[in-house]
Design a protein around this ligand. Structure first.
Ligand SMILES: [Zn+2]
Length: 143
C-alpha cells in the first residue's frame, strides 16, 4: 500500500466518529488486520466486502498519477519535436499540448473523486497477541 493514497476516511461504528485514515491504518486494512480506533481505542476493521474491494482498487489509482505524468510529458515533447521539424504548425503544437494537459487534469480529477470514500469500520473483538504483533509490524514498516 502506497502512502500516496489520501482522502480515505474511516467511520467507527462504535463511537460514531469519522476520521482521516493514517498510512499505517491503511496498511493494516490492506493486509486485513484490525487496528485500534484513535477515539475509542477499540479494534476496528472494515465490515463491507464491497468497500474493501473498492479500497484495494485505490492502489491502481495511486499508480495512475505518475504514469499519467510521464504520458503527458511525452505528448508535450512529441508535439514540440513535430512542430520543430515542421510536421505541424505552432498552432497545431499548442492545440496538442493543451489537449494533453487537459486530459491529464481530467484523469487526476476522476482519480481524486474515486478516492474520496469512507470505510465503515466494525468493532471487532479484543485483539489477540499475534494480531497486535502484526499491527506493530505494519506500523514499523511505515517508518
Ligand atoms: Zn471508535
Amino acid at each position: 500500500m502506497t502512502a500516496a493514497i489520501v482522502g480515505v476516511r474511516g467511520h467507527c461504528a462504535h463511537c460514531d466518529i469519522s476520521f482521516e485514515l493514517k498510512p499505517w491504518q491503511l496498511n493494516a486494512i490492506a493486509i486485513n488486520e484490525p487496528f485500534d480506533c484513535p477515539y475509542c481505542h477499540k479494534g476496528v476493521q472494515p465490515s463491507c466486502p464491497k468497500q474493501l474491494k473498492q479500497f484495494k482498487s485505490l492502489d491502481n489509482l495511486a499508480l495512475l498519477r505518475p504514469s499519467m505524468m510521464v504520458l503527458t510529458g511525452m505528448a508535450l515533447l512529441v508535439a514540440l519535436v513535430a512542430e520543430w521539424i515542421g510536421l505541424i504548425s505552432v498552432i497545431g503544437q499548442l492545440n496538442v499540448s493543451m489537449m494533453a494537459v487537459l486530459i491529464y487534469f481530467m484523469t487526476l480529477r476522476y482519480a481524486r473523486h474515486r478516492q474520496r470514500m469512507t470505510l465503515m469500520l466494525q468493532w471487532v473483538k479484543p485483539l489477540p497477541v499475534e494480531q497486535l504483533a502484526g499491527i506493530a509490524g505494519a506500523r514499523l514498516s511505515q517508518r
